[in-house]
Design a protein around this ligand. Structure first.
Ligand code: GSH
Length: 199
């Protein structure tokens, strides 16, 4: 199977990390997103939404959306609990990641670390960071009372939220005032087999 991705994308790294932790063999196809490779007719035929990560499970069978891919592979593994309530909580945090965290933290990182310093989009940074800190406040409050997002072992909710949180400094965030988040960051990094996203 193939994963089309960009190595410095947190959304893509989540998938690489889970497959690595599960020791599932896969071929990584590096996609030049900055060069427009996700918007070619060939790529849009695989994912009409023009984004990575994109799983090609077998020739011609595609699944986009990082968290959907995580869910697919986590099923039946320790990274997805079995009971219904815990599974709903895993989804709760994965939706939080995609709606209240990634659109601010990941986009701030993209603008700050990938675009030229004089780019017009730099003006978006203060608002993005404000919303990013709001997401970190929510995470801090939750993690003050639990080692992982759902229960006492790492799930795909942790992998989803860790991806961009662990590189938040690249977006200009200062996480010094978030001790519970920092302890959790270290806990996730300590999962046997963990690989970090290239900086
Ligand atoms: N909700 C999607 C977001 C994917 C996404 O935004 N991918 C970016 C890289 S992080 C991308 O492919 N950008 C290239 C483009 O928009 O053409 C997911 O979680 O997979």
């Amino acid at each position: 199977m193939k994963v089309y991705g960009m190595s410095r994308s947190g959304n893509c790294h989540k998938v690489k990390l889970l497959l690595t932790l599960l020791e599932r063999p896969f071929t990584w196809v590096e996609v030049d997103t900055m060069g427009g490779a996700t918007r070619t007719p060939e790529f849009l035929a695989m994912n009409p939404n023009g984004r990575v990560p994109l799983l090609e499970l077998e020739p011609g069978r595609f699944l986009p959306e990082s968290n959907a891919i995580l869910w697919y592979f986590a099923e039946g593994t320790p990274f997805l609990p079995e009971d219904r309530w815990s599974r709903a909580q895993v989804l709760q945090w994965m939706f939080f990641e995609q709606y209240s965290h990634e659109p601010y933290v990941a986009v701030a990182r993209f603008i700050f670390a990938f675009l030229p310093p004089d780019h017009a989009r730099q003006a978006e940074l203060p608002a993005l960071r404000r919303r990013g800190y709001q997401a970190f406040d929510v995470m801090e409050r939750h993690l003050a009372g639990t080692p992982f997002f759902v229960g006492d072992r790492a799930s795909i909710a942790d992998l989803a939220l860790h991806a961009y949180t662990d590189v938040a400094e690249e977006a200009g965030f200062d996480l010094g005032a978030y001790p519970a988040i920092n302890a959790w960051r270290a806990r996730v990094r300590g999962i046997p087999g963990y690989i970090a996203m290239p900086t």
